[in-house]
Design a binder for this molecule. Structure first.
Ligand code: FAD
Length: 318
């Protein structure tokens, strides 16, 4: 079922959902099931699975020289989605990215998703490879989420890359996109970032999932600005509880977000990791309660495959 229909059917009740990342190559799919099992108690109507571009690693050769090798550390997104739908009878939402795919490979992924009965897709540009200082598109691939979105829309209309392909069965993917309450880090300002977000919605994106944030006011302002700009699709807040002291530095660095002073001070005062998780969990429970009062359609958690804290938070609010 489309995410937009799940939201409609909830009649204003806030839903619970979460995001997982595929296991590292070589690890069993049981890792995914262990991350999902405890959270099924809260009836997620959908579960997201991230996509990861190839990266470069350096392998030492017999002669001592280093060889640069392309390596995809976490493959399996679409197959994991199929396994989730089969085992748990809930919708699974694959993330589809521009980086690492030629247009042909994107088309093949869309055909796989269509045949597997996947109804939703989150369309993204994708992160830069770790070795690159900024995003470098794959030759023959898409450069921006808008281009990938157009590709999914064309697929929904039965248009293939090769015009001679005749389609007798079209897909009907419900397309989601990313939004950034604190601005995407590459955008020169919020106004420009909004221009492209609006373009994504005007082109047919039916829901937005936000980057994580810890200050609800930033989300409220973002929603207000979206509505003022005639962006009227559901805006699903993305949430991540703090679980380690190092995240005070890592989260702002990686995700280009601010942490509120009271949260960072409380974390810094913690004596051990158990206390850090307790503070992070309690902060997130309060954040979620305020978001529910605001009327958010879904609380969407970035679990990173670790369900414990999300379980405690969901238990306290659902
Ligand atoms: P875009 O919408 O393409 O925007 C990228 C930048 O370019 C922005 O600064 C925008 O303002 C600008 N821009 C957009 N369109 C144009 C244009 N036509 N011309 C000029 N400038 C333009 N990354 C992964 O690799 N895998 C994942 O699974 C994944 N999941 C994510 C889930 C969520 C909810 C979020 C918020 C992020 C996720 N990311 C993921 C990270 C995401 O790929 C990065 O934040 C990436 O840098 C931007 O992706 P985007 O889709 O927002 O890009």
């Amino acid at each position: 079922m489309k995410i937009t229909d799940h939201i409609k059917n909830a009649n204003g009740k806030t839903l619970f959902s979460f995001e997982l990342l595929p296991p590292v190559k070589g690890q069993s799919i049981q890792w995914i099931y262990d991350a999902i099992d405890p959270l099924m108690e809260f009836n997620p109507p959908f579960i997201d699975v991230t996509y990861h571009r190839e990266d470069y690693i350096y392998k030492q050769q017999a002669n001592g020289l280093l060889e640069k090798v392309s390596y995809r550390k976490r493959p399996g997104t679409v197959a994991i989605c199929a396994a989730i739908m089969n085992k748990y009878k809930v919708d699974a939402v694959p993330h589809l990215i521009c980086g690492g795919f030629t247009k042909e490979e994107t088309e093949n992924a869309l055909i796989d998703m269509q045949f597997l009965g996947i109804d939703n897709v989150l369309v993204l540009r994708g992160d830069a490879r770790h070795a690159d200082s900024s995003f470098i598109p794959t030759p023959g691939g898409h450069c921006y989420a808008t281009e990938l979105l157009q590709h999914v829309k064309d697929h929904n209309e039965g248009k293939y890359l090769h015009e001679d392909v005749k389609s007798d069965d079209t897909s009907n993917f419900c397309i989601g996109v990313a939004g950034y309450p604190e601005k995407h880090f590459e955008a020169p300002n919020l106004k420009t970032d909004f221009k492209y977000l609006k373009q994504k919605v005007d082109m047919g994106a039916e829901f937005i999932v936000t980057q994580m944030f810890f200050d609800n006011q930033k989300y409220f302002d973002f929603v207000k600005k979206c509505r003022e700009n005639d962006i009227n699709v559901p805006i699903i807040p993305g949430l991540k509880p703090i679980s380690a002291l190092g995240q005070l530095i890592a989260l702002p660095k990686i995700f280009h977000i601010d942490l509120p002073e009271d949260l960072s001070e409380a974390i810094q005062d913690c004596k051990n990791i158990k206390d850090v998780k307790k503070v992070g969990t309690e902060f997130m429970i309060q954040q979620c309660k305020e978001l529910i009062d605001f009327g958010v359609p879904v609380l969407h958690f970035y679990t990173m495959g670790k369900p414990e804290q999300t379980y405690d938070i969901a238990k306290a609010i659902f």
